[in-house]
Design a protein around this ligand. Structure first.
Ligand SMILES: [Fe+2]
Ligand SMILES: [Fe+2]
Length: 316
């Protein structure tokens, strides 16, 4: 596989596991193209044109020294500078990181617009979702702005290590996987959800590592009510002011990857049960589902940087 083929495959899998339909995503890209066309020549120069074809602004190829055949991938949730050197030492053809770096980190706020669609899909009036999320998206954009986001990209270039990161497509896969598992299991009590999550190997392994799924708000004997896996994908944490609207939309329990104390308190005040499935374990689950498709093409996968690798491919 070439780097571009791996990138295209990851985006394709991301779209297949998006809560939006393919048609909705195409319309979103069309709307973006119309906005792009209105820009001045000078503004167009600064526009990341990849945004016209890839709906995930937090997923990018950062360094590709020629489209050589990729046989070995070094993959992590967070690649460090040492990790890049280790990847080179191990003869990896590509480092595939989960969390955004470089231009993809600068694009993290943009992908949060997806949360507006998610909120609309669970029954929150879109005007309310938009108002609350837009405020939060601008907060995140200001939060990212001082970061030195090209350090890892620069290191990869100097080391001549190919580097890519896949963020939202991975998180989409994890969100869809957990949603389907819970839809199938139909848990009645919050405690049943915790049991269901522990049937997923990444969460079992995380529990052994001291980071298993935990109950953040509510009680194990509370009834779940309507469950939503709403805090897995869409960049980063959304608005803490949204929980009241979620409760009004009939949501009883939220499954989250990770949640700040401020968000937890706000969810509790809205009487919503919250289960935090686990951050790195959920990121691993999502990436594993993409890595499995890459592995099927004969590519060796070396996990690193926290990634709990579980292959769902049958061993030959
Ligand atoms: Fe993630
Ligand atoms: Fe993450």
């Amino acid at each position: 596989m070439t780097i571009k083929e791996i990138y295209d495959l990851a985006v394709k899998i991301g779209i297949e596991n998006d809560f939006r339909t393919k048609k909705e995503i195409d319309e979103y890209l069309k709307h973006r193209k119309a906005e792009y066309d209105k820009l001045s020549r000078e503004e167009k120069e600064y526009f990341d044109k990849e945004r016209l074809v890839n709906p995930y602004s937090d997923t990018r190829i950062h360094n590709a020294n020629g489209a050589k055949n990729i046989k070995k991938i070094f993959t992590s949730v967070d690649v460090s500078m040492g990790g890049l050197m280790l990847a080179k030492e191990l003869g990896a053809d590509l480092v595939l990181n989960h969390h955004p770096i470089g231009l993809a980190l600068a694009g993290l706020d943009d992908v949060m617009n997806y949360q507006i669609d998610q909120m609309e899909k669970i029954g929150i009036p879109v005007n309310i979702a938009e108002k609350l999320l837009h405020k939060r998206i601008s907060e995140v954009a200001r939060g990212i702005s001082p970061s030195n986001h090209y350090v890892t990209v620069d290191a990869a270039r100097l080391l001549e290590v190919n580097l890519m990161n896949v963020h939202t497509p991975g998180d989409n896969c994890a969100a869809m996987f957990v949603t389907r598992a819970l839809e199938k299991a139909k848990p009645r009590y919050v405690g049943d959800i915790l049991e269901e999550l522990l049937k997923i190997p990444e969460y079992r392994e995380a529990k052994k590592q001291g980071a298993g799924p935990i109950l953040f708000s509510g009680g194990k004997n509370n009834r779940c009510g309507k469950i939503t896996v709403s805090e897995f994908t869409g960049g980063t944490e959304g608005s803490k002011e949204i929980y009241g609207a979620m409760a009004n939309a009939g949501i009883g329990t939220i499954i989250s990857m990770h949640q700040s104390e401020e968000h937890r308190k706000a969810a509790e005040e809205a009487h919503i049960n919250v289960i935090v499935a686990g951050h790195i374990s959920s990121d691993s689950l999502g990436m594993n589902l993409i890595l499995d498709e890459i592995e099927k093409k004969g590519v060796e996968i070396i996990p690193f940087g926290g990634l709990i690798r579980v292959s769902r491919n049958k061993k030959k």
